[in-house]
Ligand binder design. Structure first.
Ligand SMILES: [Zn+2]
Length: 409
C-alpha cells in the first residue's frame, strides 16, 4: 500500500465563478498522483485502516501556474520601470546578454526555481535569453513543470543578443531536434524583432512541431506604432502573427491590451490564449487589459507575473492586483476567478488540463499550503486576506509547496 492521506481544509477551483471548499478535507496520493479528494470522513471510508495520515496546519490549494515570465529577468525584476521599449533597450536586453555566461545561467536558474517554488508556483511558461546553453540549463535544472523557449530575435536589437539567437530556420530546427517538445515553446520575442519572412518561417515550423508557441502582443502604444511602421501593409498587429501562421490553439499571447475589435475576433477564431499580466502592466505604466472585452469575445486567458516587467514572481501578488485593477475600473471580478486563472486555467492554457491545475483524482499532486482559515470568516474573505499585503510578504506567505506529493519548499 503506497497511498498517503493529507488532512487539512481544501479549496479547489472549478471554473471562473466556482470553487469548492472542504472544511475537513483529505487528499489521497499514490506515487505522486491524486487518487481521491473530498471530505476526510468520506475519504477515510474508502481506504485501508492502516493508511498513513499526515495532518497539515493550513489550507491546501492547487500549486500556482504562471503562464508568462522571463526567468532571465528574475535577478532584476522590479528594479527598473519606464516605457516598454526604452525599458527593454536600456535595462532588460543588457541583463539578458549576460546569460551567455553559463555559470551565471546555472546559479540564476537554481535561484529562480527555488524562489518560485517557495512562492507556490509549480508550473509555468518561461522565456529564456536567446542563448541555447542558458535555455538548456533552465530545462535541465527545472523543478516543477515548465515550458521554456529561447527567445528568437533577429533584428532591431543589440548584436550581443541577435548573434546568439537561433532564428535561422536551419539552426532552429537543429536545436529543436535536441529538445523535448513537452517542455519547449517556440518563442519569437515580438514582431519588431523579426521580419515578415522570418515570422513566416517560424509559422511553418510551428505547424509541424508539437510544441506550444509564445510571444507578446499589443502591450503598449509605442510598440503598436513601431509595428505599424515595420509592417505597413498589415491591417493590425494581430494580423502580423496571423498571416505568419503563428496563431493557433497552442499559442499564448502576452498582454493583449491595445487591441481592436477585429483583433479579438481573430484571436477567438484561432482559439489562441491570452497571458494576462496585471502587475507588469501597472509597473511599466501600460494600460489595463480590457477584461470586459476578453469576456465579451470569450477569449481564454490565464494569469501571469511577467517578471521582470512584473515586480514579483508571487502569483498571490498577481491575483491581488488582478482583482484590484479591474475593480478600480468598475469591472466586477471575484476571488474564485483569481484562483481559477492562477491554477486550472493556466494548466489548460499549457495543454495540461488533464494532468494538473486542480486537485481532482488523476492529477499530479502539486499543491500549496496557505495560512489557516479563521473559523468565523467566509472563504471569500479569507482568500482575499491571503492576497493582502506587499509583494515581498506575499512571496513568503505560502507555508509550503509539494510536488508529486513530496515537500519541495
Ligand atoms: Zn513578457
Amino acid at each position: 500500500m503506497m497511498e498517503k492521506i493529507f488532512r487539512a481544509p481544501i479549496l479547489n477551483p472549478i471554473d471562473a465563478n466556482t470553487w469548492r471548499f472542504y472544511q475537513d478535507g483529505a487528499l489521497g496520493i499514490d506515487r505522486g498522483i491524486i487518487v481521491r479528494m473530498g471530505d476526510f470522513a468520506t475519504v477515510l471510508n474508502q481506504v485501508d485502516a492502516d493508511v498513513e495520515v499526515d495532518e497539515l496546519d493550513g489550507v491546501i490549494v492547487p500549486g500556482f501556474v504562471d503562464v508568462h515570465l522571463h526567468w532571465v529577468q528574475h535577478r532584476v525584476k522590479g528594479r527598473f520601470s519606464g516605457e516598454l521599449l526604452t525599458w527593454l533597450q536600456g535595462h532588460i536586453w543588457p541583463e539578458e546578454a549576460r546569460y551567455v555566461d553559463t555559470d551565471l545561467a546555472q546559479s540564476a536558474a537554481t535561484r529562480f526555481y527555488s524562489d518560485v517554488l517557495r512562492a507556490g508556483t509549480v508550473m509555468g511558461m518561461s522565456y529564456s535569453s536567446p542563448h541555447a546553453d542558458a535555455t538548456q540549463i533552465a530545462l535541465a535544472l527545472m523543478r516543477g513543470d515548465w515550458v521554456i523557449g529561447n527567445v528568437l530575435m533577429a533584428i532591431h536589437a543589440p548584436s550581443t543578443l541577435t548573434d546568439y539567437s537561433l532564428h535561422d530556420p536551419d539552426a532552429l530546427h537543429a536545436f529543436m531536434r535536441q529538445m523535448n517538445m513537452t517542455n519547449y515553446a517556440l518563442t519569437p520575442r515580438f514582431a519588431p524583432n523579426l521580419s515578415a519572412a522570418s515570422l513566416k518561417a517560424l509559422g511553418q515550423i510551428a505547424a509541424e512541431a508539437p510544441c506550444l508557441i509564445q510571444t507578446h502582443l499589443a502591450e503598449s502604444n509605442a510598440e503598436l506604432q513601431w509595428v505599424k511602421e515595420l509592417f505597413p501593409d498589415a491591417a493590425h498587429y494581430t494580423e502580423v502573427y496571423d498571416r505568419a501562421g503563428l496563431l493557433t490553439p497552442r499559442t499564448i499571447l502576452g498582454h493583449c491590451i491595445e487591441m481592436r475589435d477585429e483583433e479579438w475576433r481573430c484571436l477567438r477564431a484561432r482559439g489562441s490564449w491570452v497571458a494576462h499580466c496585471p502587475t507588469s502592466n501597472e509597473a511599466l505604466g501600460n494600460r489595463r487589459m480590457p477584461l470586459e472585452q476578453v469576456r465579451a469575445y470569450n477569449i481564454p486567458f490565464a494569469l501571469a507575473s511577467d517578471i521582470g516587467g512584473g515586480p514579483s514572481h508571487s502569483m498571490l501578488h498577481v491575483m491581488q492586483r488582478f482583482l484590484g485593477v479591474h475593480r478600480e475600473a468598475g469591472v466586477s471580478v471575484a476571488p474564485q476567478e483569481a484562483l481559477y486563472r492562477s491554477t486550472k486555467a493556466g494548466a489548460e492554457c499549457m495543454g495540461r488540463g488533464s494532468i494538473g491545475g486542480d486537485l481532482t483524482a488523476g492529477k499530479r499532486a502539486d499543491f500549496v499550503l496557505l495560512p489557516q482559515k479563521p473559523a468565523a470568516d467566509s472563504v471569500e474573505a479569507w482568500f482575499e486576506e491571503c492576497l493582502s499585503g506587499k509583494s515581498a510578504d506575499l512571496e513568503q506567505r505560502t507555508l509550503g509547496t509539494w510536488l508529486k506529493g513530496e515537500r519541495a519548499a
